[in-house]
Design a protein around this ligand. Structure first.
Ligand code: FAD
Length: 401
């Protein structure tokens, strides 16, 4: 065996699986869930301990909601107390546009469950389906055979070096993906890096998903558990850094809103901010090659976009199903692997592109009329994608509600 990164000095404990998935959140847990429901032996590794939060706001667009519905997971999410949201309001400065969520593709509301809750529901479902999950296990690199095919991963857990050998290695390990770097997955589409997305949780009367279009900014509200909302601001890195320098981190959301969305800022001041401000600056927009011999990428590991469209969870759910279907084909019909995984990449790229294009333009913060037009186009693109997914045969037949 030839290791892509230096082999550990102590002998590693070795486990085996059909598929090893690195990363156990939106992309990894759902890929594992679907593969396990299809009858495959799946082992998931994550360096985190769960339940744990991650840096992300968390509205689930209709595309993601359709997937949760098709996979039979919506009841479990409702049971967590995530409030169904049926109205979207867009404040352009000149007017407030109010839209109801239409009943389409089996979905008549949206949800914004906190990630500590969502990821736990997805992991529970994957475990119920028979996947194995090992937490506190940090993957350091891939293992290749003499022909260069990826045949496993190696890393460390609490007991020392560990190795998992598998027919397929899946990188669902997020933006900084160790798997993607270890296999040398090339970038196939790189767009300019965009701005900042910062958020905190605030108590109050929050019932609608809200967007506030500002000059060089977009702010908003995602109602979530416990009568709180995730209140967020997307703006340029320069504006975010200027406000960061002006005072405490806890006061950052208030300072940003006071300048960029003052009416929302007043409502936030009337409530209580219950968490520190979190977020990301300089968000990359890029796509990596989706697969190669023995490996594939899913979720942010393979495709990352600015958070302004709130679509990464939906991207992960779509690609989890596309990948699980391709891997099922490859595992069940030897000889079909190349074509099945090439189709995964091509379909991911085709389906992702319209929202990626709109995301990159929205992240330039166009003037309000153009912003509203782009939001309309985004709604159509999301609906088209939701419709295409809803029309697909279920990858797991009768097991899905
Ligand atoms: C500020 C912000 C706001 C956002 N808002 C929204 C939104 O409102 N709606 C939306 O749909 N999307 C949103 N997104 C995007 C969304 O968060 C991501 O697209 C989504 O989390 C991707 O899921 P993932 O499973 O691919 O990766 P991640 O959620 O990043 O999970 C990767 C997992 O891999 C594990 N891991 C990483 N490296 C290793 C390793 N070497 N060994 C073992 N484990 C490893 C990590 O511990 C982690 O658990 C937002 C993102 C940001 C940054």
């Amino acid at each position: 065996m030839d290791h892509t990164t230096p082999a550990p000095s102590r002998p590693a404990r070795t486990r085996h699986a059909d598929v090893v998935v690195v990363g156990a959140r939106c992309a990894g847990a759902t890929t594992a869930l679907l593969l396990a429901r299809l009858g495959h032996d799946v082992l998931v590794l994550d360096r985190a301990q769960f339940p744990s939060d991650t840096v992300s706001t968390h509205v689930i667009a209709r595309t993601g909601m359709v997937q949760l519905h098709r996979w039979g997971l919506l009841d479990a999410l409702h049971a967590t107390g995530a409030p169904p949201v049926r109205t979207v309001e867009i404040d352009t400065g000149a007017e407030v546009i109010v839209r109801g969520i239409k009943d389409r593709h089996g979905v008549d509301h949206l949800l914004a469950p906190r990630r500590i809750v969502l990821d736990a529901v997805l992991q529970e479902a994957a475990l119920d389906a028979g996947a194995r999950l090992f937490t506190g296990a940090s993957v350091e690199g891939v293992v290749r055979d003499d022909g260069g095919r990826v045949v496993g991963v190696h890393g460390q857990d609490a007991e020392g070096p560990v190795r998992v050998m598998a027919r397929h290695v899946i990188g669902a390990d997020g933006l900084g993906s160790r798997v993607a770097r270890s296999v040398g997955a090339p970038f196939t589409d790189v767009r300019p890096t965009s701005g900042a997305s910062l958020y905190a949780y605030v108590t109050g009367e929050w019932s609608a998903i809200e967007y506030v279009v500002g000059d060089g900014s977009l702010a908003g509200v995602f109602p979530t558990h416990g009568g709180q909302a995730c209140v967020w601001v997307c703006t340029s890195e320069e504006v975010a850094r200027r406000h960061q320098r002006r005072g405490s981190r806890d006061g950052l959301l208030g300072r940003l809103l006071a300048e960029l969305a003052p009416r929302l800022g007043e409502r936030v001041r009337a409530g209580e901010q219950t968490t520190p401000v979190r977020g990301m600056l300089r968000m990359p927009n890029h796509v990596r090659q989706a697969s190669g011999p023995g490996w594939a990428l899913v979720g942010d590991a393979g495709y990352h976009r600015d958070a302004i469209t709130g679509f990464g969870i939906s991207d992960a759910f779509r690609d989890a199903e596309l990948l699980a279907t391709a891997l099922d084909e490859a595992l069940c019909r030897p000889g079909s692997e190349g074509a099945a995984l090439a189709a995964y990449g091509a379909t991911r790229d085709r389906m992702a592109r319209p929202v990626l294009d709109l995301t990159c333009e929205l992240a330039t913060f166009p003037e309000p009329a153009r912003f509203v037009e782009l939001q309309r186009e985004l709604a159509v693109a999301i609906d088209d994608q939701a419709g295409e997914l809803a029309a697909r045969p279920s990858p797991v037949g009768a097991a899905v509600a």
